[in-house]
Design a protein around this ligand. Structure first.
Ligand code: FES
Length: 319
């Protein structure tokens, strides 16, 4: 879809929200809380951003982007946008859905991780569902959308934790999550260390992984690799053509395929977004992504070739 930037707001220090409306006025597809769109930037990069605008608002998508000086360029390109610029967006897609049967939802947002969780909190409030939102920031100036969080629908069930503010209550994850229970679900989005803290606290408290829902913005500096060493080099066999393509130790599978004229669509190239998801028909992948669940990884029937490798000399791919 081609869209035009109709509104840009500074919603916190280094965080801007952007509103997109369709070129030509066609209706935009609706979206579920937790969904994101792929934004094709003028620089040629494609980035995923969670939709955080109120779903019942006009025919527009709203995202918020934190300016990251150390980023790979996506956030800087976003912050260079001007009102009236046109862009292509794809989606919405939802890899971070709310569990429809949840009796209670506990939402944890760290920094810019508030974007999908704010949409979730507003949705749950509209349903009169049982939930609470914990929003952690370093400084108050870095907290976005405070007026929405202070709205009558959310304020009773939202807790703002500000690291540097005297009197602000520090987040106690163990206290917030309590004991695991069949209807309780936890959702977390934010910086890698924050997410690890929330998730390991829940795992230590006995929470089942199926009740822990997470969305990463980017891969942590030290990815969670499998304990078994991957093969340095291996081959991939393409089921549809029978071609065998070598993957060297210094190549990703996506790069090796591209070098042989086989295009696999990618976006994050970090194993986060799921865009390059490919079916595996035989062989055992060495999963290095943050996208698949543990159960999906154990099934070995799909992998993310932008980052994952192989534990067997050959992988047979459904390509
Ligand atoms: Fe995002 Fe592979 S391109 S997971």
């Amino acid at each position: 879809m081609n869209v035009v930037v109709t509104r840009i707001l500074d919603v916190a220090a280094d965080i801007r929200s952007f509103e997109f409306e369709p070129l030509g006025g066609h209706p935009l597809p609706g979206f579920e809380p937790g969904a994101h769109i792929d934004v094709h930037l003028p620089t040629g990069m494609v980035r995923q951003y969670s939709l955080c605008g109120p779903r019942e608002s006009s025919n527009a998508y709203v995202i918020a982007v934190q300016r990251e000086a150390a980023s790979r360029g996506g956030s800087l390109a976003m912050h260079d946008l001007k009102i009236g610029d046109t862009l292509r967006v794809e989606g919405p897609r939802n890899h971070f859905p709310l569990e429809a049967t949840a009796a209670r939802s506990i939402l944890f947002a760290g920094g810019i991780g508030i974007t999908p969780l704010l949409a979730m909190a507003e949705h749950l409030a509209a349903l009169s569902a049982s939930f609470e939102l914990h929003y952690c920031v370093r400084e108050r100036s870095r907290a976005a959308f405070l007026e929405r969080i202070a709205s009558p629908a959310l304020r009773e069930r939202s807790f703002l934790h500000i690291d540097t503010e005297p009197g602000s209550t520090a987040l106690d994850v163990a206290l917030a999550i309590g004991e695991p229970a069949p209807g309780k679900h936890l959702y977390v989005c934010g910086p890698g260390g924050f997410m690890t803290h929330v998730l390991t606290t829940a795992q230590r408290a006995g929470w089942d992984d199926a009740h822990l829902h997470r969305e990463y913005f980017s891969a942590p500096a030290t990815p969670a690799l499998n304990s078994v060493s991957p093969l340095e080099s291996f081959t991939v066999r393409l089921a549809k053509s029978g071609r065998v393509i070598p993957v060297s130790a210094s190549q990703t599978v996506v790069e090796a395929l591209a070098a042989n004229g086989v295009h696999v669509e990618t976006s994050c190239e970090q194993g986060v977004c799921g865009t390059c998801l490919t079916r595996v028909l035989a062989g055992e992948p060495d999963h290095r992504d943050l996208y698949l669940t543990d159960v999906e990884r154990a099934g070995n029937s799909q992998f993310l070739p932008c980052c994952s490798r192989s534990r067997t000399p050959e992988l047979l791919l459904d390509l």
